[in-house]
Design a protein around this ligand. Structure first.
Ligand SMILES: Nc1ncnc2c1ncn2[C@@H]1O[C@H](COP(=O)(O)OP(=O)(O)OP(=O)(O)O)[C@@H](O)[C@H]1O
Ligand SMILES: [Mg+2]
Length: 277
């Protein structure tokens, strides 16, 4: 792809966390949460990041979201180093990069209605007038498969899948170029997962939104991603197209991840059949 198609460039990113050191230890002990990670996300691309618990996925997400500062390395968004931007530029970047978390219960304010949740950012950034709020809220809810009947409901009045749709509608409100989904479907049943993945894919196609889609396991990531990065102990050990990762995994850890998929998983069965043909 030509370089001007690059939306996000992550270069040699390092983030270490100090850990309590043992009395006898001389050196400072650290967890190398992110240990020289580099990758690009192209405009409108879905990049999957897979790795076991503690491999550094959420730390990468938090760095991209500017919730953490890196020890070393750079993140360029539309070619600008996000950690060198002025306060005003940072606010603009933050609007263009949105996040969907695993647990919408803790990320959605329980005292706000769906209407308030999806229009909050628009009101804060003065993007809509008061009289437009109802229409805009409905438009956003419909975008994610919810409707008029949901406008005045509170988060606890939604099912898990619907709550995740609500989080996605909120993320969409400022028309971002990139949405980071950190384990966004991990807590949902496989059938509901598939519906949410379809929705994300549809948003990618319709609006050209790029996604970083993080998960523990390969099946969900394979279903949605154009490319997949495999993380292991703070490093990306392999990165390739979705098909290549499955058909010709190179790293031992990637092979382990593929072997860990239960044979009963529908995605796996289909892939096996294709391969055996
Ligand atoms: N704020 C912090 N302080 C200290 N250590 C941290 C902090 N955040 C993360 N870590 C450590 O960094 C490593 C990577 O954590 P991270 O949350 O990025 O992993 P992950 O791949 O998202 O894991 P999971 O799949 O369980 O969500 C872990 O060893 C974690 O304990
Ligand atoms: Mg995590």
């Amino acid at each position: 792809m030509p370089t001007n198609d690059v939306l996000l460039e992550v270069k040699d990113l390092v983030k270490h966390f100090p850990v309590a050191k043992h009395r006898n230890q001389q050196e400072k002990a650290v967890v190398k949460a992110v240990d020289s990670v580099s990758f690009n996300v192209h405009k409108g691309e879905i990049l999957g990041i897979v790795g076991e618990s503690g491999s550094g996925k959420s730390t990468v997400a938090k760095l991209v979201m500017q919730l953490l500062e890196p020890d070393e390395g750079q993140i360029l968004f539309h070619g600008n180093d996000i950690f060198k931007e002025s306060r005003k530029e940072r606010i603009e970047t933050k609007k263009q990069v949105q996040m969907v978390f695993q647990d919408p219960y803790s990320s959605l304010n329980p005292r706000m209605t769906a209407k308030e949740i999806v229009t909050e950012a628009l009101i804060i950034h003065k993007k809509i007038a008061k009289k437009e709020v109802d229409n805009k809220a409905l438009e956003l809810l419909e975008e994610v498969g919810l409707g008029k009947q949901h406008l005045n409901r509170y988060p606890h009045q939604f099912s898990g899948g619907q709550r995740q749709r609500l989080s996605i509608a909120r993320a969409l409100s400022l028309k971002p170029d990139l949405i980071v989904c950190d384990e966004a479907v991990s807590a949902l049943d496989v059938s509901i997962q598939a519906q949410i993945l379809d929705l994300l894919k549809q948003l990618q196609k319709t609006y050209g939104i790029a996604f970083i889609f993080i998960a523990h396991g390969l099946p969900a990531v394979k279903q949605i991603s154009d490319r997949i990065a495999i993380m292991y102990k703070g490093k990306i050990v392999e990165m390739a197209s979705s098909d290549e990762i499955f058909d010709a995994p190179k790293h031992t850890y990637t092979k382990k991840l593929i072997d860990a998929i239960p044979p009963s998983h529908p995605k796996y069965r289909k892939d096996r059949m294709v391969r055996e043909d």
